[in-house]
Design a protein around this ligand. Sequence first.
Ligand SMILES: C[S@@+](CC[C@H](N)C(=O)[O-])C[C@H]1O[C@@H](n2cnc3c(N)ncnc32)[C@H](O)[C@@H]1O
Length: 472
Amino acid sequence: MTASAYLSDLVAPDLRVEYRLVEELIPYARNARTHGEAQIAQIAGSIREFGFNNPVLVDGERGIIAGHGRVLAARRLGMTSVPVIELTHLSPVQKKAFVLADNRLALEAGWDREVLALEVADLAEMGFDVTLAGFAEKELKDLCQSESSPERVEVLDHEDELPDPSPATVSRSGDLWLLGQHRLLCGDSTLAEAVTKVMSGQRAALLFTSPPYGNKRDYTTGGIADWDGLMRGVFANAPMGQGGQVLVNLGLIHEKNEWHPYWEGWLDWMRGQGWRRFAWYVWDQGFGLPGDWNGRFGPSHEFVFHFNRQSRRPHKIMPCIHAGEDRDFKSGLRGKDGVVQKWNGKTFQTQESKIPDSVARIFRHQARGIETGHPAVFPVALPEHFMLAFTDPEDVCFEPFSGSGTSLVAAQKTGRICQAIELAPEYCDIAIRRFAGLFPQESITLEDGRTFDEVSAERAGDASDSGSQNNA
Ligand SMILES: C[S@@+](CC[C@H](N)C(=O)[O-])C[C@H]1O[C@@H](n2cnc3c(N)ncnc32)[C@H](O)[C@@H]1O
């Protein structure tokens, strides 16, 4: 027999999908595989979501060879018929063995946990209930906590994680980097001289930033011992211009099984400095992972505190779905009498764009793909949203907690100017490399004109002369 003739013999003859009444299918009396109530419920959920896509394998006499769980689930769902494939070519012995083999062989398959974590995160992001794919909540949580999971930073934002220390950090404290029109100072934003240096006489129209959330996370420079002190230091020096808007992103942290209002003292202090508690927005981060987070719903939102001394009208930056269409509908505003007013013009054209509402709906996962190595990156779309709403092109935005340089990227994209400060030299390097990768046309130099590569080469020489690898 030739090899191809032999292989074609392996294809079962004339496999056809047929439909049989569920009540006519006969379970194998000695089926060794068991199906608990919970699993039947899972299979039923999957059939409800995806349909009955995997035909039951039956012998020539309606006896089930494979698919006992699916048939039980179909019964539970009240299905009257299901697809089947008749395996008439199996001998009685083969049939008996295949009932076991079909179940047993599947158990030998493994999972590429990295790919699995990506798929699960994608599905969660698309709003799909991943438990319908058969994963238990605990399993999903473990998966996303796994060291190998590239989603870890984004999915589990509230967990501490240190970035990989760069073997040779180029930036040093005091460096002022010029990235195109923007500046990044490696320094401490609680220090007035650092702010003066990075601002170079300019005043900011916007401060949008994400400080460390309380004392939760360790950065390469260590944890935050005195959060109030840090915040007071930074905001006492905020170089805001007349009418400048200050927006600060903070997330919940929990202590002793309660969420902790760590921002309270700082909010009062801001008020004492003349910064009105003007608004409080929510950042909706998109679909979180399903599951039980110690008895809580999974986290998928944070806050943005908006302060100012005088308000400014935000720009219309959100596209209107019905842009350009003639519409004639109620204004939607309720009068003093409680009655919703009718629009009193005849018709009007829906505008192209509108002012955002108080919920910024920006997927956390939009930061994915940027290999920043920073533990708390926010998506570029977040600073972009506030820059577009509260500044004009060429306006200066101050970023006192620059991290991986997300605000620098957003400013470049929106035609604003960002003056940023970051304490950790490692994160300054990350921001510079990230900016260089995204905007290769922009020059990047130290204030004395040396390029990042030149400085890197010189400092690598310094380090090897002194026998040290890390010059931070
Ligand atoms: C929440 S992270 C900001 C992440 C940033 N939004 C991003 O997308 O990468 C806070 C950052 O503030 C930095 N930081 C902490 N204290 C600082 C200080 N006194 N001056 C400047 N930066 C500081 C930390 O090193 C950390 O990178």
